[in-house]
Design a protein around this ligand. Structure first.
Ligand code: HEM
Length: 145
């Protein structure tokens, strides 16, 4: 069970990074160019929302089945926070990714309510770019590659 979720979470992360980067740069470029908002732009932002929410669900399951999880009961919160690997997998990575996905969700729902194309693109550009920075900051790069 752990191995399956770990592999799926690991590969799904490529898709999350790909679509989040695409949606962010698409919105930044089209804000600057003052382009008009088209169905394709809506699909990119929606697809990013769906892909990241699926990663959240996979991550939540993985969180409780990962071998590190027992460290909470075996070593206690203090020891977890002192160990950089445990802190990354048990606290920093999940919390940061949840905040990033909340930002994507807020950005997506706010952009839908905006009436002008530039405002729609600007909303996506800001929220998705912040989410992308957070995601990039807390990926366990050493373990991933
Ligand atoms: C945008 C969302 C996320 C991305 C892009 C992401 C990406 C990654 C990557 C690349 C790894 C390393 C995989 C490997 O070692 O091959 C990883 C590990 C992990 N992630 Fe995430 N993650 C996300 C969200 C979450 C969330 C929301 C949780 C939990 C609530 C979570 C829990 C974990 C855990 C527990 C591991 C360690 C798995 C292990 O090797 O034992 N992730 N994540």
């Amino acid at each position: 069970m752990y191995e399956v979720f770990q592999i799926v979470h690991s590969y799904w992360a490529y898709l999350v990074l790909l679509v989040l980067t695409l949606a962010t740069f698409n919105a930044i470029i089209k804000t600057l160019n003052k382009s008009s908002y088209a169905a394709k732009d809506f699909r990119i932002s929606l697809f990013t929302l769906i892909v990241s929410h699926l990663q959240l669900l996979i991550g939540l399951v993985l969180y409780f089945v990962q071998p590190y999880f027992v460290a909470f009961s075996e070593q206690g919160m203090g020891a977890v926070m002192k160990d950089s690997t445990l802190r990354l997998y048990l606290v920093e990575h999940p919390l940061t990714m949840i905040i990033a996905i909340v930002l994507i969700t807020i950005g997506y729902s706010k952009h839908k309510k905006k009436l002008s194309s530039t405002k729609k693109f600007r909303t996506i550009a800001i929220f998705y770019a912040l989410a992308l920075i957070l995601v990039l900051s807390r990926i366990p790069w050493d373990a991933w590659f």
